[in-house]
Write a protein that binds this ligand. Structure first.
Ligand code: Z5A
Length: 206
């Protein structure tokens, strides 16, 4: 039996880390075995790549380097965690996946969509999320939350226009693929966002 692959997406500070546990709980309560993971990361190698990607002390990185690092970590994640879990019938809940690459490296950094598509085909070999929960809030709301936590990583030091392009890319991808995406308003209080996520999950997975 094959499991299902669910991803959470959105600009930084929108509440993915806060909500990922509630998503997993909803699925466990419905009787599914759930693996919670994240990108970049999710494996020993992937977490090291993540540290490099987020390191503010490094000199500016070429956008292409960033893209290749993200997909290198993803190849390892698919091989070691995602594909084995799905093959064992587990449900995988992943905090960010390839939509983040289209949004950040494509929309944010301006890399061509065609480059990302080529790597997606090479690395994923047809595997796509069954459901993507896009947490959406205005940039000033999400960035305000993230920046209230203090000094940010290499991405968090970017300006608001960078995140506006990322949000636009996410919303365009959701509009182009309504069968896979559910857009959740992430502006209200966390309990309200959890309730909306629960409703969307139960509806999509029934
Ligand atoms: N990246 C990439 O470039 N390309 C790729 O392909 C992939 C990723 C996969 C990962 O860093 C970075 O990698 C990411 C994109 C890039 N960079 N950015 N930006 P990360 O995991 O550290 O970044 P993140 O995913 O954006 O995490 P985050 O900043 O922690 O955001 P979040 O997980 O969505 O938010 P949160 O931590 O749950 O909440 C933020 C704060 O708001 C926190 O204090 C909460 O208590 C508070 N919060 C949460 N929800 C609410 C509500 N509803 N109301 C009020 N306050 C709230």
């Amino acid at each position: 039996m094959s499991g299902r692959f669910i991803t959470l997406e959105g600009i930084e500070g929108v509440g993915k880390t806060t909500q990922v546990g509630a998503v997993a709980e909803t699925l466990r309560a419905a009787g599914h075995a759930v693996v919670v993971t994240r990108e970049p990361g999710g494996t020993a190698l992937g977490e090291r790549v993540r540290a490099v990607l987020l390191d503010r002390a490094l000199p500016a990185m070429a956008s292409m380097t960033e893209l290749l690092l993200v997909f290198a970590a993803r190849a390892e994640h698919l091989d070691k965690v995602i594909r084995p879990a799905l093959a064992a019938g587990q449900w995988v809940v992943c905090d960010r996946f390839t939509d983040a690459t289209y949004a950040y490296q494509g929309g944010g950094r301006g890399l061509s969509k065609a480059h990302i598509e080529r790597l997606e085909i090479l690395v994923q070999d047809g595997l796509q999320p069954d459901l993507t929960l896009l947490l959406d809030a205005p940039v000033e709301v999400a960035l305000g939350r993230a920046r209230a936590r203090g000094e940010g990583d290499r991405f968090e030091t970017e300006r608001a226009e960078f995140f506006a392009r990322i949000r636009d890319t996410y919303l365009a991808r959701a509009a182009a693929d309504p069968g896979r995406f559910r857009i959740i308003d992430a502006s209200p209080a966390p309990e309200m966002v959890s309730a909306a996520l629960r409703r969307a999950l139960l509806q999509a997975c029934e």
